[in-house]
Each structure stands twice: as C-alpha cells, then as structure tokens.
Write a protein that binds this ligand. Structure first.
Ligand SMILES: [Zn+2]
Length: 382
C-alpha cells in the first residue's frame, strides 16, 4: 500500500477519546502541559497536537509500510501533545532516541495515571497523621509528595495532623502532647473516619500514639523504606512466630518483639520471656501490610496467653526491636479493659542495658485504678 499523500484526518470520535484519556494534557513524560488554554494568558485556546507514535508515513519517524497505514487513525498509536513535543516526536532526527516502546510507555503511564486519579471518590479520603521526633539527633522530614504516592488510590484530606516531638524533652511531655492532639483533632471526627499514619519517631512515642489511637479507629500505617526511599508498601516478606517459655504462674514476665533485630537477653531482667520473632529479623523484615496484620494476630495471641497463665495481675515488661507500623500496633492493639499492666523499656544511651521508659498501659479493674497509677517515677528524658 502506498503512503498517503496527506496526513489522514483523525475521526472526531477518536480525538474525543484521546482528549478524555489524556485529560487534555501533553502526554510526553514530564511535560503534562494543559492543552486547552494559552500557557501565558490562560485564555481558552486549543494548543493540542495529535502525534503519531508510528508515523502515518512509512518514511516518517518509526514508520514502516505495514504499520503506518494500519495505525494511522488508531488511538493506541496517537498521543495528545503540546506543540513542542509534537515537533520532537515528528522529527526524524530524534527517531532513535524515541523508539516506539518508549513513546508507548509514556502514553500508557500518562493515561493510567489520569484514570486512577480521576477515579478517586469521597470515600477514598483519609486523614493523614504524622508523628516525628529526633532520630539520632536528626530532625526527620516526611515529603508530602511521598505520602500522596504511598496513599494511592486513596487521597489525603486537606487538614492533616502533625505531631512534632522534635523539641520535646521528656516522655511525660510527649505523652501529654500526643493525648492533646488526639483529643483535639481526632475525637471530634465522625465515627468511621479513616486515618493514614506516617511515623518517623522513637519507639516509645510510636507505641504511645498507637495506644492513644486505640483499636476503634480505622487506620492504615506506613513506613519509610530505606532502600527505595519511599513509603509505598511492597509485597510479601517473612512471617512471625511465637516462642513461649516453660513457666508456671508468676508476677512478672518479659515480652520481646524481635523483628528488626534481636534483644539480647543479658540486657534485660531475668523474668520468663515470651518472644514474638521474625523468621529472619532485620531492618528490611517488614515489606507488606499483610505482615502487620499477621503481627497483630500473634501479638494478641501472646497477650491473651499471658493473661490466661499468669492472671490479669501480671506485669508485662516489654522490649521492642521493630519498625514503626509494628510499634504503633503494639500500642493500638492493647485492649484497655482486660490487658495486664505493660511497662515499656528502651535501650539506654550507653547501650549497656534496657531501662523502664514508660507504663504503656495500666490494668484497669472495675473502673478503679490500682496502686501506682500515673507516670512512672523514672519516666525520664529520652
Ligand atoms: Zn509537551
């Protein structure tokens, strides 16, 4: 079949679909120019071109005698572009730099993104809650763009709740600030509101935020992935198991959570130890949300088991080596009217041993607080 002399006109129906698929923006990667108004004056003006991935001429860029006539009006071969990128795609000089696959990928990525974003409805809104504290003397920052990416296909509500503990000196102050923020910003929300929690903070703060949230609210948690430098959940990851000590009823037990590392037994009290442990503990252990769900089940199992064997009066001494979504769950999954007292430890600065940091939960019995309520005497600066 000979080349057509004149560029074939694209049927109106195909043009309309292309405008819809591209949302009226240039599909060339990184451009995204709005094509129905003048970029300078902002007046309505059609500046769109329709570029051919495989040229309509067999001698044009990426053209060939078979595909050029066949795909000349086919939407899969057409890109809506701004004048600049139309010229680029149409120029034989750049043919090698922009092969068919590359342009098809640009078109697909743009159209997929538009479809996904325009499909968002009101039920997809989440309220973002951020918790940050200094980590190794650094002030961490959470990029809002990364949050958006991690949330897709959900999107964040405009007002987010930022809990900044970077200038907080003591665990008492931290608890007070967390309690205040939760009651100020979250207690007034509709029941059924969903939250997205992003944490870059010390373990006790994260545990306590989970505790303040409680298990009634709908929450998705996120973690920062060091290797990919983003907050998007991955797939898979290993399982967690429970190790139970052989012991009779006693007044104190240890509970170790060994996910990102292993707590050395010589650094903690010598009570019988219940352990929730990753198959292979490492800082890369947590990859998927399913693992958080599995952890929650195992954690509840252990707490119930401890209560059954040792009664509600037992004190649980808690040691945690785990990433933030897990530490948040540790606080959140506590059932306030049945669980025993849980005392959280953290490593001392000198790394020599673990020290009591806070009472994460006090056993509540018949609405009456047992002796020793309040803040631990040695809840200290962290
Ligand atoms: Zn463009």
């Amino acid at each position: 079949m000979p080349d057509l002399e004149k560029r074939p006109s694209i049927p109106v129906q195909v043009q309309r679909e292309l405008w819809g698929r591209s949302a009226g923006r240039c599909e060339f990667r990184g451009c995204n120019e709005c094509l129905y108004k003048d970029p300078v004056t902002q007046q309505p003006r059609n500046i769109a071109h329709i570029a051919h991935i495989i040229s309509w001429k067999s001698t044009g860029p990426r053209g060939n005698p078979v595909d050029s006539p066949r795909l000349a009006k086919d939407i899969s071969n057409l890109m809506l572009t701004c004048p600049i990128h139309n010229n680029l795609i149409d120029d034989l000089k750049y043919e090698e730099e922009y092969p068919v696959d590359r342009l098809r990928k640009m078109k697909k990525d743009h159209e997929d993104r538009i479809l996904q974003l325009s499909g968002l409805g009101q039920e997809y809104s989440l309220r973002v809650v951020e918790l940050v504290s200094k980590l190794q003397d650094q002030v961490p920052a959470i990029d809002p763009k990364d949050e958006m990416d991690a949330l897709l296909p959900f999107y964040p509500m405009r007002e987010k709740v930022c809990i900044d503990l970077c200038n907080t000196e003591s665990i008492r102050d931290a608890k007070r600030i967390i309690d205040q923020r939760v009651s100020l910003h979250l207690d007034g929300d509709d029941q059924g509101k969903s939250y997205a929690v992003f944490i870059m903070a010390k373990i006790p703060y994260s545990c306590y935020l989970g505790y303040a949230f409680g298990d009634k609210r709908k929450v998705k948690t996120f973690q920062h992935f060091r290797d990919t430098d983003d907050w998007k959940w991955k797939n898979g990851g290993g399982h967690v198991g429970i190790i139970t000590p052989e012991t009779k009823k006693c007044s104190d037990v240890n509970l170790l959570v060994n996910l990102s590392g292993i707590i050395a037994k010589e650094l903690i009290p010598s009570y019988p130890s219940y352990i929730i442990q990753a198959e292979t503990p490492s800082v890369y252990f947590l990859q998927s949300e399913e693992q958080v769900v599995e952890f929650r089940m195992r954690y509840r199992e252990v707490l119930d088991q401890i209560r059954n064997i040792h009664s509600e009066e037992v004190k649980i001494h808690l040691f945690v080596a785990a990433p933030n979504p897990i530490t948040f769950e540790i606080g959140r999954s506590i059932i306030k009217n049945i669980d025993p007292t849980i005392i959280l430890y953290d490593k001392t600065a000198d790394d020599v041993r673990y020290k009591k940091i806070m009472v994460l939960h006090y056993r509540i019995r018949d609405g009456k607080k047992p002796e020793g309520q309040g803040v631990l005497d040695n809840e200290k600066d962290m």
